[in-house]
Ligand binder design. Sequence first.
Ligand SMILES: Nc1ncnc2c1ncn2[C@@H]1O[C@H](COP(=O)(O)OP(=O)(O)OP(=O)(O)O)[C@@H](O)[C@H]1O
Ligand SMILES: [Mg+2]
Length: 270
Amino acid sequence: MNLTAQLDVKLGGGAMASPSNASRIQDLSISSLTKSYDGQAPVLRDISFEIHRGEAVALVGANGTGKSTLMRCCLRLIEPDAGGVKILGADITGLSRKALRDVRAQAGFIFQRHNLVPRFSALSNVVHGAQAWSRGPRTWHQALASKAVREEAMYCLDLVGLADFAKRRVDQLSGGQSQRVAIARALMQRPRIMLADEPVASLDPKAGEEVMELFVRLIKSQGLTLFYSSHHLEHAIGYSDRILGLRGGVVALDGESNSQNVNSLRGLYD
Ligand SMILES: Nc1ncnc2c1ncn2[C@@H]1O[C@H](COP(=O)(O)OP(=O)(O)OP(=O)(O)O)[C@@H](O)[C@H]1O
Ligand SMILES: [Mg+2]
């Protein structure tokens, strides 16, 4: 049984959105995107694709093919040289800083290194996620947060199975626990789309499997759109509806996950 099927069984079946029942609203649309660094040959050349609401799309490709560059270009954390990026209906290529911030606030982003504040508690780190929709000191620390924000942060920690660790400093958590806190913080943003760049790459195989499964289950149960990169080909196939493969700076593969297997994807790495 593949991972998607296993997850379906755990969820009681049918809880994973399939491409056929995914909405056709485009939550991410990339058109003719090109990016080079320091006048070198382009890393990304004329990249175009769409991701629809509720879809989970995996991005694969060898080291250095531009996966992180592409994911960051989706939120203009890196500026593309040319091309269009529309996210959640907004064309972000020409947006002001303020308007761009408002769009980014609706997108959760999980990095391989989770960027938590190490000396703060798990709960305070999750409270920081509220900065996506609320400004000011009351989102800086759990002790300053309103009761409603603290309760929502506790709820998010509970979702990732860490309610008992709320007061623990994150530099005293394991890698897998820290990555769960990062997921809770991203959920606290109340995002509409989630981008995750190798979200479990730093975890051991067992923790990686557990965290990936939890992450995708939470995303799917909230009907969020997901775009994630992974070098773990079973994760790429098992948790996505569709796979994009980068090779030589272009999209060399764009296909439904259930028609892919590990061997067919290996061709991207030759
Ligand atoms: N800030 C930068 N300045 C110059 N070159 C960069 C910069 N960031 C990335 N690159 C180069 O761009 C290319 C794509 O890098 P990127 O990190 O996007 O690849 P990746 O597919 O995410 O790789 P990995 O699988 O190792 O994470 C690489 O050749 C890298 O050296
Ligand atoms: Mg990368």
